[in-house]
Design a protein around this ligand. Structure first.
Ligand code: GLN
Length: 469
């Protein structure tokens, strides 16, 4: 098993192993870990074919892509030509994509090997992977615990060495929180840094594709490849993509803020709070300037996030009508019944709740009371975050208020929503954020620390993270 792409590439180039051997061994490991429920499908044929192509290129001394040999999984909401993608929903059962997401095209062009698609919460809605049509993902560290979500399969797959890296999507924390629960690195780039073309939409103005890795070098290399402008996504920036990998070595002293009311928040687990306090102490001892500040809007961000994302979801998910994609209720005899039966049978409970909630907040009588208000909160939070990050380099806090909890333990949606309290700010403001597996509880459960920075500052974020890891 490899935990560093550079090491794998050295071994392959020195003829110690081949991409095909490595790919086959990952496929075998996935089969041995089926109980985790991390993968919903292994792309055995296409992955081995890709590995063989790369091995041939090496034998013929042809030029190689930057990610050659990287065995990477994709979340089940990223489409890959001629492969099934379902967003872990029954409504997309058997849907084969006629095209590939831009990130997939870029991975393939860089000679990465796409090993399979990973389990997630249905349409990326959830924080524990328990809302999946395929069932919950088990946390590799303790199989009675959730993996986190919504990209739970991606996090579990990397943590259990079923692949070297994974692509996930983060709308309100879906990369960072499962990374924290499973003890690996999860990076959500700036909104617009990576194309969303081919990502099955949840909340389009929040969704962003990002990475799960064991180390910062791999995160930097993958981001370098998947970032950059795309004519198929008008929200994707054409700003030049920096050399994240080459610029990882920068030992600087920074100005770092933390929110006092976050650290003191009632929802925070004692061990998580203590870990955060130790982290702040360590940063101070390392010579960084630490600034305690207040985040007055803290209690509004989760409600604003859920009003806005459910509104966007209600519109995005209207395309699943039983006519164009996947599942179709066969007993329907007319068009209206086709819509009603397909959608009530095809969508799970949480997705239905969100569609109804989103439809409600957008409806004529309630638009001003909910949707417009939430937009105002968004603007305010984005502005304040921007101002803060003009004064300091980073904001740090725990990624999640608790470590991973038991499967089945959190059943009411409000408790689950409140688990997103520290992650949604980055999506509301569109800034990059990373979760680093820096601490553990007494029972050895991972605790992730989150670092946020200003838009387009991934280079600085990755360089700082590299020093901390
Ligand atoms: N838990 C959040 C939600 O359910 C975040 C999901 C995500 O980032 N996709 O909306």
């Amino acid at each position: 098993m490899y935990r560093s792409l550079k090491k794998l590439q050295d071994d392959v180039l020195n003829n110690q192993t081949t991409c095909e051997t490595i790919t086959r061994s990952y496929i075998q490991t996935i089969q041995q870990h089926q109980h985790l429920n991390a993968f919903v499908e292994v792309f055995e044929a296409s992955a081995i074919a890709a590995a063989k192509t790369i091995d041939t290129k090496i034998a013929n001394q042809q030029p190689l892509g930057k990610l050659f040999g990287l065995v990477i999984s994709i979340k089940d909401n990223i489409v890959y030509k001629n492969h099934v993608a379902t967003a872990a929903s029954k409504i997309l059962e058997g849907f084969k994509s006629p095209y590939s997401a831009t990130v997939i095209e870029k991975l393939i062009a860089a000679d990465a090997i796409i090993i399979g698609r990973t389990n997630c919460d249905e349409f990326a809605m959830g924080g524990s992977n328990e809302n999946s049509f395929y069932g919950a993902v088990k946390n590799p560290i303790d199989n009675t615990l959730v993996s986190g979500g919504s990209s739970g399969g991606a996090a579990a797959a990397v943590a259990a060495d079923l692949c070297m890296a994974a692509l996930g999507s983060d709308t309100g924390g879906s990369i960072r929180q499962p990374a924290s629960f499973c003890g690996i690195i999860g990076l959500k780039p700036t909104y617009g840094r990576v194309s969303r073309y081919g990502l099955i939409a949840y909340g389009s103005s929040f969704d962003q594709i990002g990475t799960f890795t064991h180390n910062i070098e791999d995160a930097a290399l993958i981001l370098e490849v998947i970032a950059g402008g795309d004519d198929y996504d008008a929200t994707c920036s054409k700003n030049a993509v920096p050399n994240y990998f080459e610029n990882l070595i920068q030992e600087k002293k920074y100005k770092i803020a933390y929110y006092k009311n976050v650290v003191e928040h009632e929802s925070i687990d004692v061990e998580v709070r203590n870990a955060c306090l130790s982290f702040l102490e360590k940063l101070k001892n390392d010579g960084h300037e630490i600034h305690p500040i207040e985040f007055a809007e803290l209690d509004y961000i989760v409600p604003a996030y859920y009003v806005l994302t459910t509104a966007e979801a209600s519109s995005n998910l209207s395309r699943f009508d039983g006519v164009r994609f996947g599942y179709h209720a066969k007993e329907a005899t007319d068009l209206e019944q086709t819509y009603k039966l397909t959608r009530s049978q095809g969508f799970g409970k949480e997705v239905q709740r969100r569609i109804m909630c989103g439809t409600f907040v957008l409806s004529a009588g309630y638009y001003d009371a909910y949707y417009s208000k939430a937009q105002k909160v968004r603007r305010l939070v984005a502005e304040k975050t921007k101002q803060t990050l003009e004064e300091v380099d980073f904001i740090v806090c725990p990624t999640a208020p608790t470590p991973a909890y038991k499967i089945g333990e959190v059943s009411d949606p409000i408790t689950s929503f409140l688990g997103d309290i520290f992650t949604v700010q980055a999506n509301i403001a569109g800034i990059p954020a990373i979760s680093l597996p820096l601490y553990h509880t007494k029972n050895n459960l991972p605790i992730g620390m989150q670092i946020m920075t200003a838009r387009w500052n991934e280079e600085k974020l990755l360089a700082f993270s590299n020093v901390l890891m």
